[in-house]
Design a protein around this ligand. Structure first.
Ligand code: SF4
Length: 136
């Protein structure tokens, strides 16, 4: 179910983390990794921005160009994980009050699972790059 108002706020200056499955799915759709992925120094993969918005956000039509194949984090949004308080709705989302407790809890479990996967994948990437630096 989606209560999205298509305001585009969540796609503005995105910091959405990507799982390997997201990267592979979007590559299969013909997008190069260099176009949409940015890796940080700890090995995390994030969506790239272009002119202030996610590279996949169409600012004229106000929609996601890869909506059907969008990253899992985008699907689970506006439920996010806060360091201090855990799972909750993103305070920025104008549709945040439309979600009930049960829906938030259900999506929250998926967010936690996704973050675990993303953490493991980042750790693996970091280890692999450290190993290759040591052998060069
Ligand atoms: S992939 Fe789509 S939904 Fe996700 S941040 Fe980019 S434009 Fe928005």
């Amino acid at each position: 179910m989606s209560y999205c108002l298509r305001c585009g706020l969540c796609c503005k200056e995105t910091e959405m983390l990507l799982a390997n499955a997201d990267i592979e799915r979007l590559e299969r759709k013909g997008y190069s990794k260099a176009f949409f992925v940015q890796f940080d120094s700890a090995g995390y993969a994030k969506l790239r921005n272009h002119r202030g918005y996610c590279v996949f956000y169409d600012t004229e039509r106000k929609r996601c160009k890869v909506y059907r194949d969008r990253p899992l984090g985008c699907r689970l949004y506006p439920v996010i994980y806060y360091e201090e308080k855990g799972i909750d709705m993103d305070a920025l989302c104008p549709a945040k009050n439309k979600w009930n407790r049960e829906q938030i809890k259900e999506k929250g479990k998926k967010v936690i699972k996704l973050l675990k996967t993303i953490d493991e994948e980042a750790k693996q990437r970091y280890t692999n790059s450290a190993l290759s630096n040591n052998t060069n």
